[in-house]
Design a protein around this ligand. Sequence first.
Ligand code: SF4
Length: 365
Amino acid sequence: MNANEIHVIYGNNYRQMTGEILEKAGLANELCPDMRIGLKPNLVVAKRASEGATTSPVIVEGVIDFLRSHGIQDISIMEGSWVGDDTKRAYRICGYTELAAKYQIPLYDLKEDGFTVQRVAELDIKVCRKPQDVDYLINLPVLKAHCQTLFTCAIKNLKGCIPDSEKRRFHSLGLMKPIGYLAKALTPHFTLVDAIAGDLTFEEGGNPVQMDRLIAGKDPVLVDAYAASLLGYKSADIEYIGIAEQIGAGSADLGKALIREYNEGLKKGNEFKPSPKAARLARKVTAQEACSACYGGLIHALQRLDDAGRLSLLRQPLYIGQGFRGQTGLAGLGIGQCAKGCDQYIAGCPPTAKSIVEFLEENMV
Ligand code: SF4
């Protein structure tokens, strides 16, 4: 797999999708049976994945199955929850204690780990030993919004690999620069993003938005640049992405990225069921058989307009969903290929939230 590749798979059979995307991304070509593999999920808080904050154990189980099927036995799971929560409690509540027992895999609490100091440019960063000691580190972040950094995915998930004292220091340093530098101090070998239903506005969860997809790539900077577009952001909006690129941790140039999408499961994906917060944003939306991958992107785009205080300027009705296929003369704005019978529509199947934001901005009256 080349660093400029991004693989995306849609659907709602998450375990099967995990095996498929790892196969299509060619992960097995990078591995040997005697390697020590570290899995780094996002268990920032002790809340189940259905709330939108933590990595689904179903995906981690899919990764373990894949690795075992390629003869790899030395697998460990490692995480340090945020300063306000207990990693062992998160392991238990999020279903990882059970998973680890089933597969006889160690769970490491990185809050109890030692560290080494990594120099990145002018900054010394304390990085836990366990993620550095493995031969191959697989990063398993959740794609979700973040109240301070706007967005969190591949790079920011690495913050679970530093001691709590260092997490506090990152905040005192303004977060953006140390997070960007951390991607250089500890660059994961592979990233598989849980983009099933990350939170709309907050890293702690509570307002999950169904997106029903997984994203894989080798370059965490590129993965973040792509993932940010799914929440309606440009890479430039997320300061630490640019900092990570400048420091040499990867490339944010989506123009040079090779994006491969596997859509087989998409049309059978769950129909989107908005949470109360998403329903408030979607007041102008008429949906008929809308795929969650499409509707989820629209909800994130509407949230970005709301963040900018511009949602009230959007006066036209919006149409989305397979139920509008073949219909013409719809007075309003169409979201996605199915709604091309509207006065104006944004192409894509599904379009990214970033492209939806730009489309809606252009068509405000
Ligand atoms: S354009 Fe239609 S088929 Fe494609 S993701 Fe949207 S609703 Fe589904």
